[in-house]
Write a protein that binds this ligand. Structure first.
Ligand SMILES: Nc1ncnc2c1ncn2[C@@H]1O[C@H](COP(=O)(O)OP(=O)(O)OP(=O)(O)O)[C@@H](O)[C@H]1O
Length: 500
């Protein structure tokens, strides 16, 4: 029987720190040579609970590569020592050599610090010894212990046939993880069908998932294979499972328990589908509120993978930043911007940009980081230095002086979203704001804010009178109401549900 695989934030922290008394893991997050970002060194404490830091030691390595020192000729050859005492902030034990700043990291609860050497090199120092993980594996970029553990869980669950529930904030990589589970398992080579349940109107959800027979209802001129049959032999990934209407949940449970589905107006059919599901909401709350069936949750959560927010995986931020910048620069034909030419040159990606990323909150997680990196690369491709600012203020860095005339890039990016671009994308996604936000690569909250700014209708903002008028004009047909008001069917259903 497959074991229950659950990664909680506490486990992740524990994973980061298997032998926390033994030493520390240092990860390069900023370096004049950006190709070194993500390399790490596991350094044992000496007899006085100290670790040395200099141009020559310790040796940093990428997975499977030989170690090399930091090398930067501007760093001292003789080591400065960082001393650790349980429960306390580390201190430089030789202040004469103290070359640097030392800051605790947000959310790390006294277990991780950011260290800057001569404003040239930035290091993340975490309690615990661990070997260098790969920078990218299964499509997941990151060197944190949480990402290393997620990859192990992906490999473990890929070998099973049980459903997997992926839980994490928007943009944390749930879909990527689902793709990796499919690609690592025996069903690779068979279809992987992805369905976003928040983008399907309740009224057509059953027919879209389970199909229908010819003539099953007025518009059913032809028989239609639903997503389950399209995924037969492979994997079906149901994104936003928390948005599945209750009636659909009953049929999903049957498909999971009995391996059969019933197209509307058709015969019961056997299907061989592995189900993966994702949610960014707490399904237990949904169960308590009567919006989600307990039996379905039990069935889905036998293997649960929790993806931590990016802000709780600081070791991943810098390596993803370099990855997304490299991708954006490749599209601009300017990848050389990330290559170091000489130690004396000022780097294009300097510590200021790294710190902006490291201390931001990233509510849209990797999706938002990718958007900010692409935007910054575009603006700075021909500039001497990359400037990266973020939508959310830094979590631990000093509060910046407000500069009301200068919008942060994420806001600039949101403003660049024209009304027509937003309306077209919404129309292409059945007016689902989440679906459109994903397509436009912005956080849903950013899109909501921009829609409010532009006066684009949202179901939640319609007045009761507007709703009542549309209800009367459409004869109570929810689809027609949604079309007439330019909002999602689900939004209308929510409003009507509340009004009842
Ligand atoms: N570890 C990662 N490495 C590289 N890219 C990542 C990683 N995590 C997320 N991304 C990128 O961020 C974006 C969002 O990822 P994905 O769609 O998998 O997130 P999600 O959790 O499914 O989001 P949502 O809940 O909004 O559907 C994608 O462009 C994806 O490639």
């Amino acid at each position: 029987m497959d074991s229950i695989t659950t990664l909680t934030p506490a486990d992740a922290r524990e994973g980061e720190c298997p032998h926390h008394n033994g030493g520390v893991t240092m990860t390069i997050v900023g370096h004049p040579d950006p190709s070194r970002v993500g390399e790490s060194a596991a350094v044992e404490f000496d007899a006085q609970q100290r670790v040395p830091l200099s141009r020559r030691e310790p040796l940093f390595a990428a997975a499977g590569q030989p170690g090399r020192p930091l090398e930067d000729p501007y760093l001292s050859r003789s080591p400065a020592y960082l001393s650790f005492k349980a429960g306390e902030m580390p201190v430089w034990s030789e202040p004469a050599h103290a070359p640097c700043e030392l800051r605790p990291l947000h959310g790390a609860q006294g277990r991780a610090w950011y260290v800057v050497l001569r404003r040239r090199v930035g290091l993340l120092i975490e309690l615990g010894l661990r070997p260098p993980p790969p920078r990218e594996r299964h499509g997941l970029v990151g060197v944190s212990a949480a990402t290393a553990r997620l990859r192990e869980q992906i490999e473990a669950t890929a070998g099973s046939e049980l459903p997997v529930l992926l839980i994490g904030e928007t943009g944390t990589g749930k879909e990527l993880a689902a793709q990796a589970i499919h690609a690592c398992g025996r069903r690779r080579g068979q279809p992987l069908v992805t369905v976003n349940l928040s983008a399907i109107p309740d009224s057509t959800a059953a027919s879209q998932l389970f199909g229908h027979a010819r003539g099953a209802f007025t518009d059913a001129a032809r028989a239609h294979d639903g997503y389950f049959l399209q995924a037969d032999g492979g994997t079906l990934f149901l994104d936003e499972i928390g948005d599945a209407p209750i009636s659909l949940q009953v049929q999903l449970l049957r498909a999971l328990e009995q391996g059969e589905i019933q197209p509307i107006g058709g015969r019961v059919r056997a299907v061989d589908v592995r189900l993966l599901a994702a949610t960014d909401t707490d399904l237990e709350d949904a169960v308590a509120a009567g919006r989600f069936r307990k039996a379905l949750l039990f069935r889905l959560c036998s293997q649960t993978l929790r993806l931590l927010p990016l802000r709780d995986r600081p070791a991943d931020i810098a390596v993803q930043l370099v990855h997304f910048l490299d991708q954006a620069l490749a599209g601009l034909g300017r990848r050389e911007r990330l290559h170091m030419r000489a130690w004396t040159d000022s780097p294009w990606l300097d510590l200021e940009a790294v710190e902006a990323a490291l201390f931001a909150r990233w509510p849209g997680n990797s999706r938002e980081l990718r958007g900010a990196a692409s935007q910054a690369a575009l603006l700075a491709a021909n500039q001497p230095k990359l400037v990266l600012t973020t939508s959310a203020p830094p979590a631990t860095a000093p509060t910046p002086t407000p500069t009301p005339d200068v919008a942060a890039p994420a806001e600039v990016f949101a403003r660049a979203l024209t009304e027509s671009a937003i309306r077209e994308t919404l129309a292409a996604h059945q007016h689902s704001v989440r679906g459109a936000a994903r397509a436009l690569q912005v956080a849903p909250n950013t899109l909501y804010a921009r829609m409010r700014e532009l006066g684009i209708p949202l179901a939640g903002n319609l007045s009761d009178e507007e709703l009542a008028a549309a209800h009367a004009a459409s004869g109570g047909n929810v689809m027609r109401m949604a079309r007439a008001l330019g909002v999602s069917v689900r939004g209308i259903q929510r409003r009507l549900g509340r009004a009842r």
